[in-house]
Write a protein that binds this ligand. Structure first.
Ligand SMILES: [Zn+2]
Length: 175
């Protein structure tokens, strides 16, 4: 199923009425705003979009977009892989005014005419999912910043080096 290109432009209402699922890829290099934030833009985005009507008859686009992209490690300034996973959770509206009446669990997508471009829509979701700062999980350069290990780090599961030091210190103190 891979390497099927997503259509550039779709009629989202018609797709929702028919309950269509679109799965396909988009080249990151075609997403110029996202690409400008990356050190390398050769990757592909895999998008999976389900167009349907919910129980309130609201037309929705629910799905996901995934890509592994390279950004700059904020410690060593070398490229580091970051896995982007964006959720698409949109409700289609004819106007900004009508969008205000949509349930809050959707993000409004205002489509005034019959067509919408998929690429900018997916690009914006991916940009929102991009971490503010990224580090190598095993980056060789240590920073002196005390707040270096925020939740935005690419490696939240790494043991804290200070707790290792603390346990070593605890062992030597016992003697
Ligand atoms: Zn690094």
């Amino acid at each position: 199923m891979l390497n099927v290109k997503l259509p550039k432009v779709v009629d989202p209402r018609q797709l929702a009425d028919r309950g269509i699922q679109l799965t396909g890829v988009i080249a990151v290099k075609d997403m110029t705003e996202l690409a400008s934030m990356l050190v390398e833009s050769g990757a592909e985005v895999l998008a999976d979009l389900n167009f349907s009507r919910d129980e309130l008859r609201i037309r929705t686009i629910i799905g996901s977009a995934k890509a592994t992209v390279q950004v700059q490690c904020q410690r060593c300034l070398e490229p580091v892989d970051v896995e982007l996973a964006a959720n698409v959770n949109l409700a289609i509206s004819y106007s900004e005014e009508k969008a205000l009446t949509l349930p809050k669990y959707y993000d409004p997508l205002v489509v005034e005419d019959d067509e919408v471009e998929l690429l900018p829509l997916i690009e914006q979701e991916l940009i929102l999912s991009l971490p503010l700062v990224s580090y190598h999980a095993d980056c060789s350069i240590q920073t002196s910043f005390g707040d270096g290990d925020t939740e935005a780090s690419a490696a939240p599961e790494r043991p804290n080096p200070f707790s290792v030091l603390a346990s070593l210190k605890g062992k030597t103190d016992k003697k």
